[in-house]
Design a binder for this molecule. Structure first.
Ligand code: ADP
Ligand code: MG
Length: 249
């Protein structure tokens, strides 16, 4: 993991994404600049259609930008092959979707759901079970190990989803509107879990949301408008960006 002084872990420069659908072109990202330090917890806030999911999908290696630069650690995501992207998604990135159902396999228990990515990564059974239990405990679900998704509340399902996303010890955790289907109290609990996981595992976390209330629960909020970063809110002192003295950017 890159964590030397001022070297950002994520670096995006003048990022463009243009979708072409039939005769139409949609510019989803238009010159997005963003740097994120290792271990930072950042919220990307913006109205619907501002390009948040587009950006997160590019960061996760699901999609490629049309122009600009994007690096995550040592990786240049503009030039990554399909095979490298697959490996990156399995081992380096965890992803939590808004739709709770999309995160979980319905016929598997919470424990088995968390084990699944580790099976794909070739981990041994003993390790898988120990780590799954540890992660489910970290998200406050040690009493729900053998429950299936339909026996869990929406908030509990998202907790399992976060444990799944962390199963292969990713450096980077991405969440697209992870609290979008939850009431505000449950949403705040989930955000606090993200923060405690960041503190435990030093994972870099990026949460996309249209809810500005998230601001008090992350290190920094980046406001995105029309496909580019338009403002920032930095909260100190929980996390100090190396080399940054004040809130001014
Ligand atoms: P947000 O997540 O902030 O709501 P999105 O990144 O989903 O925004 O979308 C940004 C813009 O790009 C929107 O205008 C959307 O309609 C468009 N868009 C997103 N995905 C596609 C796609 N696969 N094909 C065409 N246009 C798309
Ligand atoms: Mg979206």
């Amino acid at each position: 993991m890159t964590n030397q002084n001022n070297v950002p872990y994520i670096s995006c420069l003048d990022l463009f994404k243009i979708y072409k659908a039939q005769d139409l072109e949609v510019v989803a990202l238009r010159g997005l600049d963003l740097e994120v330090m290792a271990g930072e917890m950042v919220a990307i806030v913006g109205a619907s259609g501002s390009g948040k999911s587009t950006f997160l999908n590019i960061l996760a290696g699901y999609d490629k930008p049309s122009a600009g630069e994007i690096r995550v650690g040592e990786r240049n995501l503009l030039h990554i092959t399909a095979k490298e992207a697959e490996d990156y998604r399995l081992r380096n990135v965890g992803f939590v979707w808004q739709q709770t159902a999309r995160n979980l396999v319905p016929y598997l228990t919470a424990l088995e759901n968390v084990e699944l990515p580790m099976i794909l990564a070739g981990r041994k059974a003993k390790y898988r079970i120990e780590r799954s239990k540890e992660l489910l405990e970290a998200v406050g679900l040690s009493h729900r190990l053998n429950h299936k998704p339909n026996q869990l509340s929406g908030g509990e399902q998202q907790r399992v989803a976060i444990a799944i996303a962390l199963s292969n010890e990713p450096e980077l955790l991405l969440a697209d509107e992870p609290t979008g289907e939850l009431d505000s109290e449950t949403a705040n609990e989930i955000l606090d879990i993200f923060k405690s996981l960041r503190d435990t595992y030093q994972t870099t976390i990026i949460i996309v949301t249209h809810d500005e209330a998230v601001a008090t629960r992350v290190d920094r909020v980046v406001i995105v408008r029309d496909g580019r970063a338009s403002a920032e809110i930095v909260s100190l002192p929980d996390f100090r960006r190396p080399g940054v003295e004040s809130n001014n950017k």
